[in-house]
Structures are given as structure tokens and as C-alpha cells.
Write a protein that binds this ligand. Structure first.
Ligand SMILES: Nc1ncnc2c1ncn2[C@@H]1O[C@H](COP(=O)(O)OP(=O)(O)OP(=O)(O)O)[C@@H](O)[C@H]1O
Ligand SMILES: O=P(O)(O)OC[C@H]1O[C@H](OP(=O)(O)OP(=O)(O)O)[C@H](O)[C@@H]1O
Length: 217
């Protein structure tokens, strides 16, 4: 018996959109996966030698890059932030759309860029890379959520965060001033596993076919 294939998925919002797609690719977790009270993190899949692990979004990329999981689903924001050489993102799943943007307090936008800025973000690498291109040295204060509080409390002058409807920015007195990256969820695989395990290639083809079907419909 080959070792079960491990498929990593994020806990939160991408999952709702990903599950129907996964089901059409034959990846269906056991019913306990849907039990909100369950504390299990690893789940068998119906009719297959696959298991699903449910981890934080950033950790999906880490598990797959290190080969601890062979396959995963994660936002392209996470793929770009880490830029792991052992991680390959062959399929854009056309779900989980949002953008990574710079935001500033309303009324303070539009001034000339200084040579140094303090910015709160969950994405230190993407933030530094973006501001480097503008000739600005970005000092990033790493936060894991509620970034929107940072400017009003004097922690940073701007934030770099995910924006979807724009409601969170608006309700916290911020305005989007530039867009760094358009984001969607990707199927990701470990490069070595893709070369050595034909089940990984078969999954890539299954998801690719589903996405092209949807695009043609
Ligand atoms: N409005 C949005 N806000 C945040 N993320 C979004 C939004 N729309 C889509 N996404 C995508 O969802 C991903 C977050 O996924 P998800 O919420 O499933 O992860 P999580 O494990 O709950 O995250 P966390 O580690 O922050 O708790 C982001 O990386 C991004 O690609
Ligand atoms: O433009 P909007 O539609 O308002 O969405 C953007 C918000 O959603 C995300 O947070 P999330 O809800 O994932 O919570 P988090 O702070 O725990 O990351 C993101 O960090 C923003 O705060």
C-alpha cells in the first residue's frame, strides 16, 4: 500500500468555495470534517487513500513546501509572500478572489512618499518588495490580524492588507491608495512529490480540467 497522500486546506473562508471543487475532483472528507465540535486536524477521505489536514492558511504553504503534505489549496497571496522554491502552484482555481492593497487614514492620502515608512502587515515580504520598487524603505510591523487598528493607534502610518468588499477599511477610517496584487486561490503541490508520485499529477490534471470546464461554461 502506498503512503496516503496528504492534502492541506485552510480553515477559513477559502474552504467553503474549495469544498465543492474538491468533491468534483474526487476529494471528499469523512463526515467528521464538517462537525464544528470536532478537534481533529486530520481526516480520512471517502473512497481514497488520501487524508485531509486542516491548518492555518500560511501553514498550508509550509506543509506543502516541506513535503509534509503533497498537495494543498491556498491564496496566491501566501504563495507570493513565501516564494518557496519547492512549492509549485500549477492551477488557478478562480475562487477566493481579493486583493492586497496599501491603505491610509482618510484625509492623509496623496502626499509625497517619504524615504522611510512604518507599515503594519501580515505580509512583510510583499510589503517590502512593493515599497522597494518605489524607492521607499519599509519597516514592517508584523501583525496577524486587525491591521486596521494600527494607524489610529500610532503603530504605523499605513497598512498592507487584504481587501475584498472594502467594508473593513471603510469602517475603520481607512482608504485604499494602491493595489499591490490581485489574488485568487491556487492548487499547490510539492515539486518533488509531483515528480515521484503519479497521484499528485493526476490531481493536478483533475483540477485543471474542472477549471477549464468552468471557464468554457
Ligand atoms: N476578504 C478576504 N479577506 C481575507 N482573505 C480573503 C478574502 N477573500 C479571500 N481571501 C483569501 O482567504 C485566505 C485566508 O484563508 P482562510 O480564511 O481560509 O485562512 P485561515 O486559515 O482562516 O487564515 P488565518 O491564518 O488568517 O486564520 C487569504 O490568504 C486570501 O487568499
Ligand atoms: O474588504 P473586506 O470585505 O472588508 O475584507 C477584508 C478583511 O477580511 C480579512 O480579514 P478576515 O475577515 O479574514 O479576518 P482576520 O483579521 O482574522 O484576517 C482582511 O484581513 C480584512 O480585514
Amino acid at each position: 500500500m502506498p503512503k496516503p497522500l496528504t492534502f492541506a486546506v485552510p480553515k477559513g473562508r477559502i474552504l467553503d468555495e474549495a469544498l465543492p471543487l474538491m468533491a468534483r475532483a474526487g476529494v471528499v472528507p469523512e463526515t467528521e470534517f464538517h462537525d464544528k465540535k470536532s478537534r481533529a486536524l486530520s481526516f480520512d477521505c471517502e473512497n481514497s487513500d488520501m487524508r485531509l489536514i486542516r491548518v492555518r492558511a500560511f501553514d498550508v504553504a509550509t506543509f506543502v513546501a516541506h513535503g509534509a503534505a503533497q498537495v494543498g489549496i491556498v491564496g496566491s497571496d501566501v504563495v507570493e509572500e513565501f516564494n518557496y522554491s519547492d512549492l509549485y502552484a500549477p492551477v488557478d482555481l478562480d475562487i477566493g478572489h481579493c486583493r492586497l492593497s496599501v491603505a491610509e487614514p482618510v484625509g492623509e492620502e496623496g502626499g509625497a512618499l517619504p524615504s522611510h515608512l512604518r507599515i503594519a502587515s501580515k505580509y512583510p515580504n510583499l510589503t517590502r518588495r512593493h515599497f522597494e520598487k518605489l524607492g521607499v524603505q519599509a519597516e514592517v510591523v508584523k501583525l496577524n490580524g486587525a491591521m486596521e487598528l494600527a494607524p489610529s493607534l500610532g503603530l504605523s502610518s499605513r497598512i498592507v492588507d487584504l481587501v475584498s468588499t472594502g467594508r473593513t477599511l471603510k469602517e475603520n477610517g481607512l482608504v485604499e491608495t494602491s493595489r499591490i496584487l490581485d489574488i485568487s486561490a491556487r492548487l499547490i503541490v510539492n515539486r518533488a512529490a509531483l515528480k515521484t508520485d503519479e497521484r499528485v499529477g493526476a490531481l493536478v490534471e483533475a483540477f485543471r480540467a474542472l477549471v477549464s470546464e468552468k471557464a468554457a461554461a
